[in-house]
Design a protein around this ligand. Structure first.
Ligand SMILES: [Cu+2]
Length: 92
């Protein structure tokens, strides 16, 4: 019985890990800390987003998220809807 539970748990854990994606998103148009705050808050409202870190100087967003719930397309649209330019998205 314990073995079965352990297998189920490991499988679930594995699937969970597999769904996690970590990317760098290169954008432009951020000029100050309120841009950073605006983008951070918008992504934080999404359940898929586990962690967001924005580097204003490098115009770069580091995002940890569940790729089952959030696509690259949606990430791009979120940035563009806030009025910033999306350039590229890379795994990290
Ligand atoms: Cu600003």
């Amino acid at each position: 019985m314990f073995k079965i539970l352990l297998t189920v748990f490991m499988l679930f854990f594995h699937l969970n890990v597999m769904a996690q994606n970590q990317v760098k998103v290169q954008i432009s148009g951020m000029t100050c800390q309120s841009c950073v705050k605006k983008i951070t808050e918008q992504f934080e409202t999404h359940d898929a987003v586990k962690k967001i870190d924005i580097n204003l100087k490098e115009q770069m967003i580091e995002l940890d998220y569940d790729e089952k719930q959030l696509s690259h397309q949606q990430i791009q649209e979120t940035i563009e809807e806030l009025g910033y330019h999306f350039h590229s998205i890379h795994p990290r």
